[in-house]
Design a protein around this ligand. Structure first.
Ligand code: PBG
Length: 331
């Protein structure tokens, strides 16, 4: 009995899986190595390299050591970094005043990196949660809610000071309404028409940010971020958020987190011609690292598969704490 012949098996997809060369020949997706972005945490002080326990392999750097790290990143092929500033706790206030200080930690880091490595693209996360004493992403009203429109002024002012420090791309991650338009207008008014905006367009209120909040000391002192970040249950709303940011003048739109939101990423890919970014966040990194440290998964294989899945879902730009490692070992 030969059932395959009797049923006339004509399609044999396995034919193209027979060898590594055949599989490579017909491979549909490749990770854009030049589109990988390495996030970096910058603190005050000098000679600081402070490991973050929940993110093995990731450290906080001071302005001097972050330049050294950027040289290493550039040497393995990283072309863009995303800066997060962590000011001293004593300089935080309810209005995030320190965020737009020309001598703030992001501004100094941006100047130092651009001086040392003019070709390295410097993206700066633009948010207030690391700069307010209450840890929320905006300025509070009398009732303790985040005041959207007052926050826009603070974001715009900070965007200008980042641009002035040489930041190439500002990346607002606060999820206030109208922020892209406010930032674009402010930058243009000051002559920074070339400073690009990468908007965290669809950013969800996610448990996957846990390790980041330890790293950035940005956990809200009360409440949570559900009144401004998106409900994880909503997919259509992400499309609305993206359309708004496109209309307001975003240059690149982002979906965040990544793995649990690849359906959203794929849907966003369908509705915009803009470059699309995805943020593979701290909790996603920590989960892979922890399982690998236990010998439960093969880290390299899982990272390759994960980044490929993001590219397959439509990401042009992938922000990941694995960028340096991935580029170094796949050269
Ligand atoms: C700031 C910000 C956060 C992340 C990026 N920008 C934290 C948050 O919204 O609480 C998360 C990044 C990560 O988890 O890797 N608002």
């Amino acid at each position: 009995m030969n059932l395959a012949h009797r049923t006339r098996l004509v399609a044999r997809p396995r034919r193209l899986r027979a060898s590594a060369a055949l599989r490579a020949l017909v491979r549909e997706t490749h990770v854009n190595r030049e589109g990988l972005v390495q996030p970096l945490f910058v603190v005050e002080g000098s000679d600081v390299v402070q490991p973050i326990s929940s993110m093995p392999g990731v450290s906080r750097y001071s302005v001097d050591t972050v330049v050294r790290e950027c040289r290493e990143l550039a040497a393995v092929g990283v072309r863009a970094v995303l800066l997060f500033g962590i000011p001293d706790a004593s300089s935080k206030d309810p209005y995030a005043t320190i965020n737009s200080d020309p001598n703030g930690v992001v501004q100094r880091a941006a100047r130092a990196i651009k001086d040392a490595l003019p070709e390295l693209l410097v993206i700066a996360d633009l948010c207030n949660c690391e700069y307010t004493d209450h840890g929320h992403c905006g300025i509070l009203d009398a009732g303790g809610d985040v005041d959207n429109d007052r926050t826009l002024d603070v974001l715009a002012k900070t965007a200008i000071s980042y641009a002035r420090a040489g930041v190439d791309v500002v990346a607002p991650s606060d999820m206030m309404d109208g922020r892209v338009a406010a930032i674009r207008t402010a930058l243009d008014d000051e002559g920074y028409t070339k400073t690009a905006i990468m908007s965290y367009a669809a950013k969800y209120a996610s448990g996957f940010y846990g390790p980041f909040r330890e790293a950035a000391e940005s956990t809200p002192s009360f409440g949570d971020r559900r009144t401004y970040q998106m409900d994880p249950a909503n997919g259509r709303e992400a499309l609305k958020e993206v359309r708004l940011d496109v209309e307001e003048g975003a240059d690149i739109v982002m979906v965040k987190p990544a793995m649990a939101y690849l359906d959203v990423l794929a849907r966003v890919r369908e509705i915009t011609d803009l470059p699309l970014a995805v943020y593979h966040v701290s909790g996603e990194y920590a989960m892979i690292k922890a399982a690998a440290a236990n010998g439960w998964i093969d880290e390299e294989r899982i990272v390759d598969e994960t980044l490929t899945a993001m590219a397959r879902a439509g990401a042009d730009v992938i922000i990941t704490y694995f960028a340096k490692d991935y580029l170094a070992r796949t050269r």
